[in-house]
Each structure stands twice: as structure tokens, then as C-alpha cells.
Ligand binder design. Sequence first.
Ligand code: IDP
Ligand code: MG
Length: 140
Amino acid sequence: MAIERTFSILKPDATRRNLTGKINAVFEDAGLRIVAQKRIQMSRAQAEAFYGVHRERGFFNDLVSFMISGPVVVQVLEGENAVARHREVMGATNPANAAEGTVRKMFAESIEANSVHGSDSPENAAIEIAYFFAGTEIVG
Ligand code: IDP
Ligand code: MG
């Protein structure tokens, strides 16, 4: 299996509760390496564009408001099969369905405030990484 990169966000519910280190430890213990990371305040336009694929969903406006309700930590994670591995340790979107030991099971507050974002394919990972990081900011 090849070394891959994926895009990750620690969402405002996680930064608000000071969980950056605890969640990063889960990723690192899973064999994922944080090769880029920064704490940012997303603008509404940025959040709307990032979640553009969900524009028609009923929860879109609430989701955008939540994502700009506080700082987020955007990251690039690298490792074997990183996209799938990251999704595995994140757990199901709805924490009620998330497996024991996953980030969302341990930390998510709700289906919306579910602590983390992760790319769903290598193709989307490349698009999402380029949306937030210059190549020079990623140090593998
Ligand atoms: P994912 O984050 O597990 O990939 P997506 O379906 O891509 O899940 O949804 C993006 C984000 O939108 C979720 O992480 C969550 O924050 C929010 N979301 C998804 N479904 C719902 C819902 O039914 N109600 C409220 N928010 C939702
Ligand atoms: Mg998704």
C-alpha cells in the first residue's frame, strides 16, 4: 500500500474544549504523521466553498455557521493508506453510530459538532489540501 496524504480539520467544538493534542495523539497512534498544521478562523465564504458539495442539504447553513463559530485546526496527514486509515479512526459521522475508540465516539458532541473532518477519497484530499496549504507549508 502506498504512502498517501489526506486532509483533516479539527472542528470548532474540538478547539473550544482544548482537544487538539488528544485528537492528534489518536492520529499519531494510528500511524498518521502530521506533515502540515495551522490554526485558522474560517470565513463564511471559505466554509461555504469548502462544503459546496452539501449546498442542497438541509443542514448546510447550520453546518457553515458551526464551522465558523470558532477556530479550526487544518492539517495534512501522511501515512500508509492515509485516507481510509484516517476515516477509520475518525469514526462514523453520527457519534451514536461510531465505534469504540474512534475520535467521534470519544469526543463528538452531535452529528453536526462531530469534532473532525477527513477527506473521503485521495482525489478530494488533493483538492482540499490545495485549498488550505501551499506546497511549501507541507513538510513530509
Ligand atoms: P463526514 O464528515 O463523515 O464525511 P458528510 O456526510 O460529508 O460526513 O457531512 C459533512 C459534515 O456535515 C459532517 O461531518 C457533519 O458535521 C455535518 N452533517 C452531516 N450530516 C448531518 C446531519 O444530518 N445534520 C447536521 N449536520 C450534519
Ligand atoms: Mg464528508
